[in-house]
Design a protein around this ligand. Structure first.
Ligand SMILES: [Zn+2]
Length: 308
C-alpha cells in the first residue's frame, strides 16, 4: 500500500510532468473510481479545459489546484486542441477566481502514470485524463479501492473529500510536535502499532513505516499508548520523521507494487530494518526478527532491540 513517502514521490513526479497543460478530456473506465457526490459526466466536464497549477499532499491524499485555461494559452503549439475548446465552455474572467480541485487517493494499489496516449492500456486502467501534446495521466488500480474527486470552484475541499477533515497533522507539519503526538496517543488505550496506523493520530503512516519507526525508537509494537513515557514519544516522533525522510530520498519503497509516475520502482527495500524481514537477523544485534498480528496487520520487530 502506498504510504506517505510513495505518495510524496508521486506528487513530486506529477509536479515535474503535468503542470500548466490543458486537460482536453478524459475517459472513466470504472465509474465507482469517481467518488461521491459527482457523476462521471460532472467529473469529466469539471476537469476538462483546466490546467493543473500545482499538486499538494496531505497524508496520503493528493490534491491538485485546477485553473481554467483560456483560449490560446496553456496549449503547446499544435492547433488540434482548438477544436475541443468551444467558446461556450470558456469560463468568465474574474480578478481572483475561486479554485477548483482534483483529488486522488491511491488506497491499496492505485498508481498514477504519465504516459504517451498511444501506450497500450493496462487491464486495470480505471481513469484516463487527456492532456495536450498527446500525453495522458492514467489511474491504474488493481484492487479498485482508489478514488478520484472533483471539487467545484468555491466549495471547501474538506466538504467533498471528507477524509481530509478527519486527518491528523502531517509528520512534516510544524504542528506535529511531541505534545501533539502525546495528546493523540493518550486518548485511547491500545497498542502503539495500531494507533500509528490511525490516520487521525498521524497522517500518512502505514504498515511499513510504522514498523520501521517503532524499531528506530526501540518500542515494541504491542506497547499500550497509555504506558508510553514522554521521552519514548519524543523518540518515536523523531523516528517517524527520519524513516519517512529516508524513504522519500530513496524515491519510495519497492514493497508491494509501488511505481512512480514514470513507472519506475523505488528502492527503500534495501534499507528496511524490520519490515517484511521475519526470521532474518536484526541488523543491529543479530537476533531473528519476529512477526506478530495486531488488529489484523502483520507487525515486524526485534525482541532484543525493542522494549515496552
Ligand atoms: Zn535487534
Amino acid at each position: 500500500m502506498p504510504e506517505l513517502p510513495e505518495v510524496e514521490t508521486v506528487r513530486r513526479g506529477l509536479n515535474q510532468l503535468t503542470l500548466n497543460q490543458k486537460i482536453t478530456g478524459g475517459d472513466v473506465l470504472l465509474d465507482r473510481t469517481i467518488a461521491y457526490p459527482f457523476s462521471v459526466g460532472e467529473f469529466i466536464d469539471g476537469i476538462k479545459n483546466n490546467a493543473i497549477a500545482i499538486w499538494h499532499r496531505r497524508g496520503k491524499y493528493l490534491v491538485a489546484e485546477l485553473t481554467p485555461v483560456e483560449k490560446d494559452t496553456g496549449t503547446r503549439g499544435h492547433g488540434d486542441t482548438e477544436n475541443s475548446f468551444p467558446a461556450s465552455l470558456r469560463l468568465p474572467l474574474s480578478a481572483s477566481p475561486p479554485i477548483a480541485w482534483l483529488g486522488v487517493h491511491l488506497r491499496m494499489t492505485g498508481q498514477l502514470l504519465w504516459v504517451d496516449r498511444d501506450e497500450p492500456l493496462h487491464k486495470h486502467t480505471r481513469v484516463r485524463l487527456f492532456f495536450g501534446d498527446r500525453q495522458e495521466l492514467r489511474f491504474v488500480d488493481q484492487r479498485t479501492f482508489g478514488q478520484m474527486w472533483w471539487v467545484p470552484p468555491g466549495v471547501p475541499v474538506e466538504s467533498v473529500i471528507t477524509g481530509l477533515a478527519k486527518l491528523a497533522a502531517d509528520p512534516f507539519a510544524d504542528e506535529f510536535t511531541v505534545e501533539y503526538l502525546a495528546g493523540k496517543l493518550q486518548k485511547r488505550r491500545r497498542p502503539i502499532k495500531t494507533a500509528l496506523l490511525d490516520q487521525s493520530v498521524v497522517a500518512g503512516l502505514g504498515n511499513i513505516y510504522a514498523d520501521e519507526a517503532l524499531f528506530k525508537s526501540r518500542i515494541l509494537p504491542e506497547t499500550l499508548c497509555t504506558d508510553l513515557q514522554l521521552k519514548q514519544i519524543e523518540n518515536l516522533r523523531t523516528a517517524i520523521i527520519q524513516v519517512l525522510e529516508t524513504s522519500i530520498e530513496a524515491g519510495g519503497t519497492t514493497f508491494s507494487n509501488f511505481l512512480n509516475v514514470k513507472g519506475v520502482n523505488g528502492n527503500y527495500g534495501g534499507v528496511a530494518w524490520v519490515y517484511n524481514r521475519a526470521g532474518e537477523l536484526c541488523r543491529i544485534c543479530d537476533t531473528p526478527i519476529m512477526r506478530i498480528k495486531l488488529a489484523g496487520r502483520s507487525s515486524h520487530f526485534c525482541p532484543q532491540c525493542q522494549r515496552g
